[in-house]
Design a protein around this ligand. Structure first.
Ligand SMILES: Cc1ncc(COP(=O)(O)O)c(C=O)c1O
Length: 351
């Protein structure tokens, strides 16, 4: 994990960009601080609840990358900014309603909130189109007291796991080409050029040479997972060796009902399966099948040696974010010894 942190920082430094790691993968202020100590400018969180955890944990610069809505959330955002006046807290928005609601409360409280406008970047999720609606939203921010136009977010989440390095880089570049053309042809001449352009992930951090991103939001690189390990890198189209799989889950064999079938105590409440099945690191030839909330069924090839009931196996999750979210504590292991442990403070803070 520590090597992954160093490696990504070095890669981003070489690209002449800044790194703002997404902490939705780990949700632990102490790990966020390690990323900042390695050179990151600040961090991202997906949710307001995670941002509250990070600010309380002493992180000085937080970008909330998902728009919020509803009176309760707006009040919490303002309260967070007020409680941490020395912390830079920015919110991503994509609608005039966000601007007005945040501005009204900020003005009443006597503070100013920095906003990044999310721009549609191929995923058709949140984000305004790079057209006159973007201009109108920026101009609304600029003429509204209580909010500040700090830049844009252009993140193509759907392209992070595209297999094959070259095709992923090209697809990611093409997905945001229009956004940057619009900045040059329309925003810049009107003095609306974004100060910050934030985006990119573990799969695409190097995909945008010359385009104008200022900071990269990669997150999963800190742990990697079986899905990320199979997207390919510059040297190999089917394996990614830029970063090492660092997140493992231990599970215990609880039953061995047949010669070719054993059962472990990790089901989908431990190992998420939204991106496919985890890998059995201890026995790569054995395959895992989800057996429900608390069971995992292992299929042993013909003639495989029988496992011991009580034997502890190591699993490589298929998706680090959704797996980590199932646990309270992360253990730091070096040379087979537990050397650290961290409470996963942002766990459950998707509020
Ligand atoms: C807005 C945003 N930025 C960055 C990331 C980090 O991407 P990755 O974990 O693929 O590095 C995510 C992940 O979902 C995200 O939602």
């Amino acid at each position: 994990m520590t090597q992954n942190i160093k490696e990504m920082q070095q890669q981003i430094d070489l690209l002449g960009l800044t790194l703002r790691p997404h902490t939705k993968a780990h949700k632990i202020p102490a790990l966020a601080q390690m990323q900042i100590d390695a050179g990151a400018v600040g961090i991202c969180t997906s949710k307001l609840g995670e941002a509250e955890v990070m600010a309380k944990g002493g992180i000085h610069d937080v970008l909330i990358t998902t728009p919020i809505a509803g009176a309760v959330k707006y009040h919490r955002l303002i309260a967070l900014c007020k409680e941490h006046p020395k912390t830079v807290i920015r919110q991503v928005i994509d609608h005039p309603e966000h601007v007005k609601a945040i501005a009204r409360l900020a003005t009443e409280t006597g503070i100013e909130v920095g906003l990044l406008v999310e721009v549609e970047s191929g995923q058709m999720r949140c984000g305004v189109m790079p057209d006159e609606s973007l201009v109108e939203l920026i101009e609304l921010i600029n003429r509204t007291e209580g909010v500040r136009y700090d830049g844009i977010q252009a993140y193509s989440g759907h392209l992070q796991l595209v297999k094959g390095y070259q095709v992923r880089q090209q697809t990611a570049f093409d997905a945001v080409r229009d956004v940057f053309a619009f900045i040059d042809t329309t925003l810049a001449p009107r003095d609306l050029k974004p100060g910050i352009v934030s985006g990119g992930g573990t799969g695409t951090f190097a995909a945008y040479p010359g385009l104008g991103y200022t900071e990269i939001q990669s997150g999963s690189y800190i742990f990697m997972d079986a899905t990320y390990a199979a997207i390919g890198d510059e040297l190999c189209d089917v394996t990614n060796r830029q970063f090492s799989p660092a997140l493992k889950v231990l599970t215990t064999v609880i039953s061995h009902p047949a010669a070719n079938r054993a059962v472990v105590d990790a089901g989908m409440k431990s190992l998420s399966i939204d991106l496919g099945m985890p890998k059995v690191t201890t026995y790569p030839e054995v395959t895992y099948q989800c057996g429900g909330d608390e069971h995992g069924i292992l299929h042993l090839p013909e003639g495989h040696r029988q496992l011991k009931v009580g034997e502890v196996l190591t699993m490589l999750p298929s998706h680090c974010d959704t797996t980590l979210h199932n646990f309270d504590v992360l253990y730091g292991v070096r040379d087979g010894m537990v050397v650290e442990q961290w409470a996963i403070e942002g766990r459950g803070r998707s509020d």
